[in-house]
Design a protein around this ligand. Structure first.
Ligand code: ATP
Ligand code: MG
Length: 580
């Protein structure tokens, strides 16, 4: 997949408040006529996706990716891929690589005719520092030397104003000297901190002289040991946006209270001549919460480290690598993100919506195949011993142009165990002694009885076939049956490992209200079985998706599947039967 591939929108995009804001700005020409430092014209919509490279992306990030890259796509703008890597301790190259891979897999890119819009906040460390010196000189920032405990005590509360630090009135010269010595490594972590000088009595706690630079003697994955002071997120983020000429900086609702500082900082820096107006604006939307899913990085890590799942890409995980391995397609995720909408109030999205998007995406695409998951032998007693009679089925029932698949019917077949009942219940139309069913794409058979082991378990079912009843021949219409079942030849079938996946939790809100999410694990979220597939499935390629008729959508596992050891994952069942 190329980096600059641009996909089209999955469905006609629904309007939402962000689109409203963008359209108003476009109509007003708010960002028209801007140029970059080289004089190249800038798009009128520039968004960004700014992950911290400290973990694997999950379904919530997919929402943010689809939103930011999707807005840029739909308004002829561009979206910057930016690593917010200002926090040295937790970040690693492994995460950078997996995040880039995830964004591309989802169908988005960061290159356009104007260049490669992949950025690292750490590339701005010199600028962050330079602007901090400016803020000190202009009287907008000071070095505080209180202990962390004193700072916390003087911060006040929601009901009480904070108290000014005794160091708040340091002269700019004194603060500048201390700040330079902080940078030079003269102090230990926590000994001093640089704070914006705003208002310790502000009702908004984020405006009570927020910290903007702290001492951290730590190795950074890209800048090494060059720095021992690092900018705080709230300081770095608005500057990153302004440097990159972001027009609409979209984030989740918990940052709403941080917006006044975002605006304050950029105003001060604009006064200092660092940035031109219009400045970037921050807009908040409600994060995606999906039932039966946890997205907290800490909890996901716990699932991996305690080996509750088989890794970050376990198909039960809500990580992008996990969903990908499960067989969820990028198109299905885009469709899901579009359908969940973008609002300003928190809520829960039903997991069933994700499954529905997967079905809607795969139904028109996935080739059909026969798989017997819970095998029981069916013996056609009057079938010639060595005959392998070719049957044909469409690759896709609505796409005749995709042709046919062929597989033989033989004397011994595998059928689903629950397609036979020795004593049928009311309304059961499949195999029972004396009843006729159609073997799909094959013949009509009449059940004659069954064999049992010494414990009374059915081990084989017997029937006779009607040689003139083959599907697709004239005689087929002479037989009226109420049941049709699927089957594979016992002598030709492909034996495969099939992993039946389901929701990882049984509780729709596994971690709500301080609940222990590990108490809600679904013990049946993974079942591994040996199944029999139609023989053509030996040609399945890793990551290829199929509909196993009557069962659901399956994917050849992208890691473990091979022609000699076939492995398929269940993506989703055909119908939503959860909890019913
Ligand atoms: P988490 O707290 O879930 O581990 P994060 O916010 O720490 O995620 P970042 O790497 O900072 O992870 O996130 C990158 C972007 O993805 C941010 O803009 C963030 O707002 C967005 N994002 C993260 N989780 C969600 C979610 N559940 N819904 C929508 N956007 C999300
Ligand atoms: Mg974050």
């Amino acid at each position: 997949m190329s980096h600059d591939s641009k996909t089209s929108a999955p469905e006609t995009p629904a309007s939402n408040f962000l689109r409203g804001i963008i359209e108003t700005d476009l109509a007003a020409g708010k960002h028209a006529g801007r140029t970059d430092p080289n004089g190249n014209p800038l798009p009128t919509v520039i968004t960004r996706f700014p992950p911290e490279p400290n973990g694997y992306l999950h379904i919530g990030h997919a929402k943010s990716i689809c939103l930011n890259f999707g807005l840029a796509r739909d308004y002829n703008g561009r979206c910057h891929m930016r690593f917010d890597d200002t926090n040295p301790e937790k970040e690693e190259q492994e995460y950078v690589d997996s995040i880039l891979d995830a964004v591309q897999w989802l169908g988005f890119g960061w290159k356009d005719s104007g260049g490669d819009h992949l950025y690292y906040a750490s590339d701005y460390f010199d600028q962050f520092y330079f602007m901090a010196e400016y803020l000190i000189t202009a009287g907008h920032a000071y070095v505080d030397s209180q202990t962390p405990e004193q700072m916390a005590a003087n911060r006040g509360s929601f009901t009480e104003p904070g108290k000014n630090s005794p160091y708040r009135d340091r002269t700019p010269q004194e603060s500048l000297d201390l700040f330079r010595r902080m940078k030079a490594g003269e102090f230990k972590d926590g000994e001093h901190i640089l704070r914006a000088k705003i208002d310790m009595a502000s009702p908004n706690m984020n405006m009570r002289d927020p910290a903007i630079y702290r001492i951290r003697h730590a190795h950074h994955h890209r800048t090494g040991d060059k720095w021992c002071i690092y900018p705080m997120y709230d300081y770095a983020h608005p500057i990153e946006d302004a440097i990159e000429h972001i027009t609409h900086s979209v984030c989740t609702l918990e940052f709403q209270d941080h917006r006044p500082f975002y605006d304050w900082l950029l105003e001060r820096l604009a006064e200092g001549g660092f940035f031109k107006k219009p400045l970037p604006n921050q807009y908040e939307f409600a994060r995606l919460n999906v039932t039966y899913v946890v997205t907290s990085k800490r909890k996901l890590r716990q699932l991996v480290e305690e080996k509750i799942v088989d890794g970050w890409d376990d198909p039960r995980m809500p990580t992008i690598v996990g969903m990908r391995r499960r067989g969820v397609t990028p198109e299905a995720l885009q469709l899901f993100c579009e359908r969940t909408g973008t609002t300003k109030s928190d809520g829960w999205t039903d997991y069933g919506m994700l499954e529905a998007a997967v079905r809607d995406d795969l139904d028109p695409k996935a080739a059909r195949a026969i798989a017997v998951l819970r095998p029981l032998k069916l013996i056609i007693d009057n079938f010639p011993d060595n005959l392998a009679d070719e049957c044909a089925a469409p690759v896709h029932p609505h796409h005749p142009e995709r042709g046919h698949r062929n597989f033989p019917i033989t004397k011994e077949l595998w059928i689903e165990a629950d397609d036979f009942m020795e004593t049928p219940t009311k309304g059961y139309f499949r195999l029972f002694p004396g009843n006729k069913v159609r073997l799909k794409y094959g013949y009509v058979v009449e059940c004659t009885g069954c064999d049992k082991d010494e414990n009374g378990n059915v081990i084989a079912v017997h029937c006779n076939y009607f040689a003139d009843s083959k599907s697709g021949t004239e005689g087929a219409n002479n037989y009226k049956v109420k049941g049709t079942i699927h089957w594979v030849s016992a002598t030709h079938a492909l034996e495969a490992e099939v992993r039946l996946y389901d929701r990882l939790f049984t509780d729709p809100n596994p971690d709500a209200g301080g609940k222990d999410f590990k108490q809600a694990l679904n013990p049946n979220a993974k079942e591994v079985i040996t199944a029999y597939l139609e023989q053509g499935m030996r040609h399945a390629m890793p990551d290829e998706k199929f509909q196993f008729e009557r069962h659901g959508y399956f994917v050849a596992d992208r890691v473990d599947h091979s022609a000699t050891k076939p492995v398929f994952n269940r993506v989703v069942t055909l119908k939503d039967s959860w909890g019913k």
